[in-house]
Write a protein that binds this ligand. Structure first.
Ligand SMILES: Cc1cc2nc3c(=O)[nH]c(=O)nc-3n(C[C@H](O)[C@H](O)[C@H](O)COP(=O)(O)OP(=O)(O)OC[C@H]3O[C@@H](n4cnc5c(N)ncnc54)[C@H](O)[C@@H]3O)c2cc1C
Length: 415
């Protein structure tokens, strides 16, 4: 038996006596974490079992198959935990990892700013050591596009701490307590009707001493870790599992809350799955234009899926990541746009209608309005093509004329 198969057997044995659906969600997750099954691939000293990365999905599937609740979803487990694991001090790890794993605290990502998205290293939110309290920081500035910031307990914040060095060298990565007077999160209403993001205004907000992840002025390296995990992160948008027992009831409530900002994410991916049924149901399958658009979207989607499956198979065999990894994000944008064109061809002008009488109860309009987001979130298509040009095709780097002069001297658009 392999190490992962052994672990699966051990987990099933453990669950037979440890799983109790009448525990509270937190009590159950603490039990799961103490046994190392909440985070099986983490090192033992941090509450894991040191299993290989490939074991994570097997352990998660085993928990689901047995009918036991697993760790929470969201920014905490997908971005905060891996960043703290790689760069956090012992104190930060001990303080923040356990309540993140049990879902007692939630997180948001405070990276983008009105003037810094693709060029994240050009951000201007300012953090300074407070003169009043030893080691405490004060931070002022504005962030934007921050998913779930209106209810998160902590923010993963990158701020500028040194203006006299080139832009990548003067950034520091902080844990920002969100529930304080100096932090205001204002939800932004999107064209598709949802309000997933916020503007976050920081006005002399306080960051306690020791809440720096990595080194002061060394935040860029830490941010790259978060960004690498962001490209892999996925959150489920399906309805939460409904099962008997207190732990499941509380998990369903939690999932409803955590998944709310992501409800429209399937629509932003284009809903290729709806194309054939809608073409048939509306009798549009014999329209030559519909057939062209539909076949184009479906073949693009299949090709993207096969490429992703090839990449996953190579990873399983322990092969180094190939170009497939960089192509995946771009392929999702291409698939979404092709699906949008096919939906427009099927529904015609009524695609723009919302409300009860509209095609698919307004879902088509939601697709049309949501698709642009997929080619922006987590890095735009243009940035992704730059990455492919440099790292896959070996072309020279994207010229960055401001990367070697002190940030203070970089010309800025004062709008
Ligand atoms: C659904 C969604 C969720 C998000 N969630 C979060 C979040 O939780 N936290 C957070 O901090 N941010 C979040 N963001 C913000 C996201 O990271 C930024 O929108 C993204 O990085 C692009 O930055 P920008 O919007 O400032 O566009 P800009 O960087 O201003 O880009 C404008 C245009 O210029 C192009 N461009 C820029 N530079 C280059 C270049 N070098 N070469 C060629 N073209 C270029 C871009 O491709 C784009 O078309 C989210 C965004 C979306 C859509």
């Amino acid at each position: 038996m392999t190490e992962t198969e052994d672990a699966r057997t051990a987990l099933l044995d453990w669950l037979k006596y440890a799983w109790d659906p009448e525990l509270s969600l937190v009590q159950w997750r603490r039990r799961l974490a103490e046994a190392g099954w909440a985070t099986p691939t983490w090192p033992a000293r941090l509450g894991g079992r040191g299993l290989p990365a490939s074991a994570a999905s097997v352990i998660a599937a085993t928990l689901a198959e047995f009918g036991a609740v697993g760790p929470p979803e969201g920014v905490g487990m997908s971005l905060a935990a891996p960043t703290l694991l790689e760069h956090g001090s012992d104190e930060l790890q001990a303080r923040f990892l356990p309540p993140t794993v049990t879902g007692e605290i939630t997180w948001c990502q405070l990276f983008s700013e009105p003037g810094a998205g693709s060029d994240l290293a050009g951000l201007t939110t300012k953090a300074e050591l407070s003169g009043l309290s030893h080691g405490e920081w004060r931070v002022s500035g504005q962030k934007v596009w921050n998913t779930s910031a209106h209810h998160a307990d902590y923010g993963l914040l990158v701020a500028r701490t040194n203006w006299d060095v080139p832009k990548h060298h003067g950034l520091t990565y902080f844990v920002l307590p969100m529930k304080q007077p100096g932090v205001e999160a204002r939800p932004l209403r999107q064209a598709n009707g949802h309000a997933s993001f916020n503007e976050v205004f920081l006005d002399d907000a306080r960051i306690p001493a020791g809440f720096v992840i990595g080194d002061v002025d060394g935040g860029w390296r830490v941010a790259l870790t978060t960004l690498a995990h962001e490209r892999r992160a996925a959150i489920s948008s399906s309805p939460p599992v409904q099962r008997e027992g207190r732990a499941w009831r509380e998990a369903a409530q939690e999932a409803l809350h955590l998944r709310a900002p992501y409800r429209w994410y399937p629509q932003r991916a284009g809903r290729v799955d709806l194309l054939m049924p809608l073409a048939i149901a509306t009798g549009r399958g014999d329209d030559p234009h519909v057939r062209q658009e539909l076949a184009r979207a479906v073949t693009l989607a299949w090709t993207a899926r096969w490429t992703a499956e090839r990449a996953a198979a190579a990873r399983k065999l322990g092969k180094p990541p190939g170009p497939e990894g960089s192509l995946g994000k771009l392929a999702s944008s291409n698939v979404a746009r092709a699906a949008r064109a096919a939906h427009l061809a099927i529904a015609g002008p009524s695609a723009l209608l919302a409300g009860a009488d509209s095609p698919a109860d307004g879902l088509i309009a939601e697709i049309i309005l949501s698709v642009p987001a997929i080619s922006i979130a987590g890095g735009t298509d243009e940035i992704q093509r730059n990455i492919i040009a440099e790292r896959v095709l070996g072309l020279p780097k994207d010229p960055a004329l401001d990367a070697s002069i002190p940030f203070r001297d970089v010309p800025k658009n004062r709008g």
